[in-house]
Design a protein around this ligand. Structure first.
Ligand SMILES: O=C(O)CCC(=O)C(=O)O
Length: 243
């Protein structure tokens, strides 16, 4: 991350990177989802086992380079799921998360000249999100708020609904107060959320990752899918970023 990007993430608790997923990969991923979705597929759905491209996306070199700054050398995938919304989807407008929520796991601290984070979300947009569409919302800066007894209403001037283009990546810390608003666009929302943790901690049950580990094709994928532990854990060997 550049100094400007670190400044922005520190200030707001989230940051958007443009054009992370090329158009050809977007087409392939949307095609896989089209083929896999059934009438029973819920708005929040698991997708990681549907195609090897999803494990490749977990280990995307540019994303991992950014995660290295945000989480550090021992990061791991915690869990992943997708969100699909349409205008008739039932969404209960909500804001949740915040500093030291979920048993204190959602953390954000600067020490020794760098940031220390807990659970971090990478959200890839597979379709555009235009101003006022709804979907992901957050309260910029709330990852450093001093009051946790108060959350603003979802229509407060303090709440933003970031616009995205298909292929963009939005990163936020779960220490940020964030949530979802009703989807109002005639176009669908499709997002993939990959959540990463430091190597020493977990949010989801780590045994859920074993089936994915069995599917992993590279040492990097297997290393990212290790359960949480500290002793004798080797750091991730970060891939070269070529694009
Ligand atoms: O993207 C959204 O609509 C909300 C995501 C969320 O609440 C979460 O990741 O905890």
């Amino acid at each position: 991350m550049t100094e400007a990007e670190i400044y922005e993430f520190d200030l707001n608790g989230y940051i958007v990177y443009r054009n992370l997923i090329p158009a050809a990969d977007l087409g392939q991923i949307n095609g896989i989802l089209d083929a896999k979705f059934t009438a029973d597929t819920k708005d929040h759905f698991g997708f990681m086992e549907w195609d090897p491209i999803f494990l490749e996306l977990m280990a995307h070199p540019r994303t991992l380079r950014i995660m290295r700054t945000i989480i550090g050398d021992w990061l791991r995938l915690d869990h992943a799921y997708g969100i699909k919304l349409e205008a008739d989807s039932v969404v209960h407008d909500n804001l949740h998360g915040g500093l030291r929520t979920d048993q204190g796991e959602h953390q954000y601290q600067w020490a020794y000249g760098k940031m220390w984070n807990g659970l971090i979300v990478i959200m890839y947009a597979l379709e555009d999100v235009n101003p006022g569409d709804g979907g992901f919302i957050c309260v910029p800066g709330s990852h450093k708020a001093s009051l946790n007894s108060y959350k603003p209403p979802v229509d407060s001037h303090l709440v933003v609904n970031p616009s995205l283009k298909a292929g963009d990546m939005l990163i936020f810390t779960e220490a940020l107060v964030h949530g979802t608003r009703k989807w109002t666009s005639k176009q669908r929302r499709r997002s993939l959320l990959y959540k990463y943790s430091p190597g020493y901690s977990t949010w989801g049950p780590p045994e859920n990752l074993q089936p994915l580990r069995d599917l992993a094709r590279t040492d990097l994928q297997r290393d990212l899918l290790r359960p949480p532990y500290v002793g004798q854990r080797s750091p991730i060997i970060f891939p070269e970023v070529t694009q």
